[in-house]
Ligand binder design. Structure first.
Ligand code: FAD
Ligand code: DLZ
Length: 516
């Protein structure tokens, strides 16, 4: 019995469930670069280059381990252009009697695969992806019957089950969560460490050239490519992070600085999501750093919470609520995505920096994603479908299972509060507190109204006015609505006038804005 084993671009793990029972001599691993996957959104050029190069390196690694691999390059003349087409083509090359795959990370592909068996005329076995710490069943068992899906409680259960940062039955250090210690601003004199780089080898250089010519119209810069493209390289980046940046990761987790894309963040999400790093091993490395005295607990707990907590939780939310999840638009947000999300041509220094960072590195850290570009989209009432498409395209770590809950739920509150108890809405004061961007901005963060005022200031109140019906009942917003109630009609009118003027200026005014 010969088995065709399809390995996807984000399944680059030698211990993958679909490879475990590989039978040398009979079985074939199929990997394929296909235009359908590369263009279902206009992925950042660096994301495509990273994944294709990592796929080519992984295929070579499997071959070196003695596995028989069929690898289709994007520019192969016979390339069928889709994963299903490539599976069908590979099936013609031998006497296979089944196809084995690990479940894909995205709902659209899972849906397509459901029809493969019928269309291909043989059994297609879809195995669970046990690279995640919690199975779908585990998440659902926790979520069933709960009114609120508060990440913190899921995280605590996983801490107990894995033993991560546990001293017996108690959380290490006597607390589950050190988040309150992790909101420091960056003081003058603290410099972000220079990142370690992995220079492109011949395979990566060839892929970069191909991406430049085939995806010239996609967003993003291709030069200055320093990502790892192998498990070994990703491990080197992990080592660097644990030794160099982790000790200060916690303190400055929420800080932002113009021109500093990474600060003390790990930049490991792309490797974990593509399969080059195992999430559990990453957590264990961080815990060992704390137990060995090399990093403080607030940093290590904060880091582990992101991976063991948030990463597992958002995956659970995605699969539990798709496809209905992405149909929600709880705040009825309808404005189109402003052009500056692609061009960075805006006078708002914080947004410009976040978009430039994104364009250059296919990366922005969490607070830039949540509190700058995400916050702006929330306040301006941008259509969640357009915002999701942007986030899915522009980051090297973006796959819908992780992008959608973070964008649709956490940043936009489009899921109606399933993930967040209140919208992460903030005025310019938050950005001013956590970054240095307001100092060099064309707008004045101290001004609340008028053409010179920071747009986040009046958009914040405009957001509450526009969404009063949906949000007034939210008890966490009680104080804010009291302040809004105390606001005179003239002040509210100025907020509306400023917002409408700004929406017109940036070309996203709706008919309603134009009528007012
Ligand atoms: P660090 O800050 O160093 O954190 C360590 C690790 O924790 C990350 O590598 C990642 O694996 C995990 N992690 C941290 N926060 C989250 C989170 N909220 N959800 C899931 N995992 C998390 N993350 C993605 O991996 N892919 C996405 O497409 C994505 N889209 C996002 C969109 C928005 C609007 C927001 C607000 C967040 C998004 N995130 C996404 C989560 C988070 O911003 C990134 O994981 C993080 O910025 C990656 O950088 P890092 O590796 O330096 O992370
Ligand atoms: C993101 C991506 C891209 C750009 N290209 C490919 C590809 O050519 N072949 C492939 O197998 N996978 C690719 N991927 C990753 C898939 O889109 C990913 O496996 C699904 O979105 C499921 O998470």
């Amino acid at each position: 019995m010969a088995t065709l084993r399809l390995v996807l671009g984000d399944q680059l793990t030698a211990e993958l469930a679909s490879l475990r029972d590989f039978r040398a001599g009979d079985d074939l691993v199929l990997m394929a670069e296909v235009s359908e996957e590369a263009t279902y959104v206009g992925h950042h050029k660096k994301k495509i280059a990273f994944l294709f190069s990592a796929m080519r390196h992984f295929a070579a690694e499997l071959e070196a381990r003695g596995l028989n691999v069929a690898y289709t390059r994007l520019d192969d003349s016979e390339n069928a252009g889709s994963l299903e087409g490539e599976v069908a083509r590979a099936l013609m090359s031998g006497a296979f009697d089944r196809v084995v795959i690990v479940e894909p990370g995205e709902y659209r592909l899972r849906g397509a695969m459901a029809g493969w068996s019928d269309r291909l005329g043989l059994p297609v076995e879809i195995r669970r992806d046990d690279r995640f710490i919690a199975s779908h069943e585990r998440f659902n068992a926790w979520a069933d019957g709960r009114k609120r899906l508060t990440m913190e409680y899921f995280y605590r259960e996983l801490r107990r089950e894995t033993g991560l940062l546990m001293d017996g039955d108690e959380p290490a250090g006597g607390r589950w969560n050190f988040d309150h210690d992790n909101r420091k601003t960056l003081p003058a004199g603290i410099e972000a460490p220079a990142r370690n780089r992995i220079e492109p080898d011949a395979i990566t250089a060839e892929v970069i050239e191909m991406v430049e010519s085939r995806f010239a119209d996609h967003f993003g810069d291709l030069d200055d490519f320093w990502f790892a493209v192998t498990a070994e390289g990703a491990q080197a980046h992990l080592d660097w992070f644990i030794e160099t940046a982790l000790p200060q990761f916690g303190d400055f987790q929420d800080a932002m600085k113009l021109g500093e894309a990474f600060l003390f963040h790990s930049v490991l999400s792309l490797y974990i999501n593509a399969g080059l790093l195992d999430p559990m091993s990453v957590c264990r490395r961080a815990e060992a750093a704390w137990r060995g005295g090399a990093a403080p607990l607030n940093a290590v707990e904060g880091f582990i919470r992101q991976i063991l907590g948030w990463r597992e939780y958002v995956r659970g939310v995605y699969w539990r609520f798709m496809p209905e999840y992405l149909e929600r638009n709880a705040l009825n947000a309808r404005r189109p995505l402003p052009g500056f999300y692609w061009t960075a041509e805006t006078k708002m220094a914080c947004v410009r920096d976040a978009v430039l960072t994104t364009k250059r590195h296919a990366y922005a850290h969490h607070i830039q994603r949540l509190m700058v570009t995400g916050n702006f989209a929330l306040l301006a009432g941008i259509d969640p479908a357009e915002v999701n498409a942007w986030y899915l395209a522009v980051y090297a770590d973006a796959f819908e299972w992780v992008e959608a809950p973070n964008t649709h739920g956490m940043a936009l509150f489009a899921d109606g509060g399933l993930m967040a108890t209140k919208p992460y809405a903030a005025s310019g004061a938050y950005i001013n507190k956590m970054s240095d961007s307001c100092k060099s901005c064309s707008y004045a963060v101290t001004k609340k109204n008028g053409p010179q005022a920071c747009p986040f200031n009046y958009l914040y109140w405009n957001f509450l006015i526009e969404n009063e019906d949906q949000l007034r009942g939210n008890h966490r917003l009680g104080m804010i609505f009291k302040t809004l109630d105390r606001m005179g009609e003239d002040k509210k009118s100025a907020v509306r006038t400023d917002s409408d003027r700004f929406f017109r200026e940036i070309g996203i005014a709706t008919q309603k804005d134009l009528a007012s």
